[in-house]
Design a protein around this ligand. Sequence first.
Ligand SMILES: [Zn+2]
Length: 286
Amino acid sequence: MKRVPELPEVEITARLLDEALRGALVESAMAPGINALKTFDPPLTAIEGAAIAGVRRRGKHLVVDLAGDLALLVHLMSAGRLQLYDKRASMRDRTSRLLVRIAGGRELRLREFGTKQRAWVKVLRADAVEDDDALASLGPDAWPDPPPLRELLAAQGARPLHAVLRDQHVVAGIGRSWVDEILWTACLSPFKRADDLSDEEADRLAAAMVERLGGALEHYEKVVALPIPDKLPLPLQVHRRAGEACPRCGATIEAVHYESYVMCYCPVDQTGGKVLKDRRLSRLLK
Ligand SMILES: [Zn+2]
């Protein structure tokens, strides 16, 4: 199973690429992936000859700003990676979705692993980036300054926290890995209703977002350098650690298995000792 890049993983990618590419000139650009390029006007070739003004993150998206008035908006989805190489890709590399050749020989490459082609790129006018559907529909970023969570989550009614916090329209940047970590750090049940948070619980949740997402980023700043590895060393403590001891209280980490992912939690710290029904298990027992 692929670890989907979430806010800290996309942020470190943006920082490293920004540092390395700011001011660099685009020599040529092409999109070998059939489905990757989602726009046709302006054409991808419009970025040729432009200088890269910077690389930044919004939610789980990357934005490559070009001098002049163009930008590339990139979503890695689950298996895409945006990487900078010293050499150009072989045209036989089937993982290539977008190739941006930089003057001097380097190449910025969107690669996607696996059989599905889901990662995408849009070429947009600079003033259209924030209004693009993908960004306009995002909630506020979870980091560095989480929005006022109590009011925001109250509007989500009975939806459980583990679903609401991964909903990019509510709050942007958190996915399956970091939601487990954040709820564990905040000592909140993944199944707590979104509209059932006290002020104190909402504060704890916000503090956990800052601590864990910011902490992951600090970790990456120390251990990750260009070329960005395909798999980042995520500093996780409970996610996918079912059966191991909780690093805080020593209880056994429990899991709930869904069709395509696993949710992990500590029953002592988060659910008042209650072990939640594992849907996979209960289905097998029927
Ligand atoms: Zn625990």
